[in-house]
Design a protein around this ligand. Structure first.
Ligand code: FES
Length: 160
């Protein structure tokens, strides 16, 4: 069986479901306090056998490669899941074929789980009769630009 790095590399060769979903029903965005990375997940629902199930999921990440790989796996695994099934899924299940994440990477999977939970919460609370939120949702990239201004250069300290 390959090691984690090999599985990660394979997953990153063709990440699935990456990018904004313009017709999404719900979206969740979270940032990691551990590393400052952010991840956004979009969900589109459909009805199957009288139940609301996830039709499609997509993500955008300015996080590390592990978060991208887990999100790629998760957005595939989530297809066809009911709200309850999706809500019950832990990061370890969402990472699919990647398998168990190394201890230093556990929070990367939790970032994906967190974005999913946020999106599910948004879907649960969304009531057509309620006044929609007035704030314009920012794009992830605009949030990232605010927290990490473009053009920042890193000056290496003189070895003295
Ligand atoms: Fe922070 Fe992976 S290192 S999400």
């Amino acid at each position: 069986m390959e090691d984690f790095e090999t599985r990660l590399k394979q997953a990153l060769e063709s990440p699935q479901n990456q990018g904004e979903m313009t017709d999404a029903d719900s979206v969740g965005t979270v940032g990691s306090p551990d590393c400052g990375d952010m991840l956004r997940m979009w969900l589109k629902f459909t009805e199957k056998d009288g139940q609301k199930v996830i039709d499609r999921a997509s993500f955008q990440s300015f996080g590390c490669q592990t978060a991208i790989a887990v999100a790629s796996m998760a957005t595939e695994i989530l297809k066809g899941k009911t709200m309850e099934q999706a809500r019950a899924m832990k990061a370890s299940e969402l990472s699919g074929e990647l398998g168990a994440l190394p201890p230093m990477k556990i929070h990367c999977g939790q970032l994906v789980e967190g974005a999913l939970k946020e999106a599910l919460d948004g879907a649960t609370s969304a009531q057509p009769t309620r006044t929609p939120t007035t704030s314009t949702p920012e794009t992830l990239s605009s949030q990232m630009q605010q927290s990490r201004p473009a053009g920042v250069t890193i000056r290496l300290l003189d070895p003295s």
